[in-house]
Design a binder for this molecule. Structure first.
Ligand code: ZN
Length: 324
């Protein structure tokens, strides 16, 4: 552009609204963000990536596609890139992923995120759940010392489910038609140890069989399990041969022996419930994703950066299981 034209363009910028200026800034920053995203994606693979299809280690560089290095397997001849086999594979508009992660970091709605990224809201909704697919699995795999377990429930929501609705969908959030446990509530088990390692599980049923299945790999033999004295959890502790400290909250007892209590897990649970209110009820199918999202927020001391979110979505997180 000639200097004179540039001066004119520059002068014209004064006429832009704040919103237009913001859009322009985003547009100017897009290539830079795109490079950042590509670098983060490429860092998923080491110098010598193995073939995701057959595991063969002899692969060749095979040009670039959509801003990413493409490889070709020396054995099965298939081509792949650093995203192949991940939930983010084949999602378009990579230049907007960091902006999307910014929206997630700020807790913006799907609608607002869609506007910020200039994509359709269905796309923004799809991105949300693709981004959360791996964080759902990034829970603690082993607790140590005193472990607190809390059984809770989430109201089942059929929002976003296509067909097969057992009944008319409930309006925003709402209360279960039946009181107490019913098929309208999804049981969730939340466990935390005193280092902040957190694991949560959407279980089919909060009975001994299902709770044992998730607790057995999580609790080492020398763990001490604090619960509110529910029968199923007590039975699981006995079955696993783990020391059990029931806290009879109903009788007004909060702490036993000075150290055995449920305050960490209960506080986590209320923060989670409070935070979930903004979604006005989530579809059962996505509940695990939201649990993972909350864990991600807590892991980063309530302020995950857009990069933290994108790294978790890519399955790259150095300290994904432990709060330090
Ligand atoms: Zn191969």
């Amino acid at each position: 552009m000639k200097p004179k034209d540039f001066q004119r363009l520059s002068a014209d910028l004064e006429k832009l609204t704040l919103r237009q200026k913001q859009l322009l800034v985003d547009r100017l920053r897009a290539p830079e963000k795109s490079v950042t995203v590509s670098r983060m994606i490429e860092s998923r693979r080491g110098e010598t990536p193995a073939c995701p299809h057959c595991g063969h280690e002899k692969v060749n560089r095979w040009g670039m596609a959509a801003g990413l290095q493409r490889y070709r397997c020396g054995s099965c001849k298939s081509t792949f890139n650093a995203l192949t086999g991940t939930p983010l594979a084949r999602l378009r508009h990579k230049d907007q992923w960091l902006t999307y992660a910014e929206q997630m970091a700020e807790g913006r709605s799907v609608r607002k995120s869609a506007t910020a990224c200039q994509v359709h809201r269905n796309t923004a909704f799809r991105w949300r759940h693709r981004f959360l697919e791996l964080p759902d699995d990034q829970r603690a795999t082993l607790l140590s010392g005193i472990a607190e377990a809390d059984e809770t429930v989430f109201l089942e929501s059929f929002k976003g489910r296509k067909g097969g609705m057992p009944r008319a969908p409930r309006q925003r959030g709402g209360k279960a038609a039946k009181r107490g446990l019913s098929e309208e509530q999804i049981p969730v088990l939340i466990c935390r140890d005193r280092s902040g390692n957190t694991a949560d599980f959407v279980v089919e049923k909060a009975d001994q069989k299902h709770l044992r299945a998730v607790l057995k790999p999580l609790l080492p033999a020398d763990a001490i399990l604090c619960t509110d004295g529910g029968k199923a959890l007590g039975a699981v502790a006995r079955e696993l041969g783990i020391v059990h400290r029931p806290i009879n909250l109903a009788a007004g007892i909060r702490v036993v022996g000075g150290v055995y209590h449920l305050q960490n897990v209960n506080a986590y649970d209320s923060r989670l419930k409070q935070w979930m209110l903004r979604f006005h009820g989530v579809a059962t199918h996505y509940l695990g994703n939201y649990l993972g999202w909350r864990r991600l927020i807590e892991r980063h001391h309530n302020a995950p950066s857009p990069k933290d979110i994108l790294l978790a979505a890519l399955g790259i997180c150095s300290q994904q299981l432990t709060v330090t």
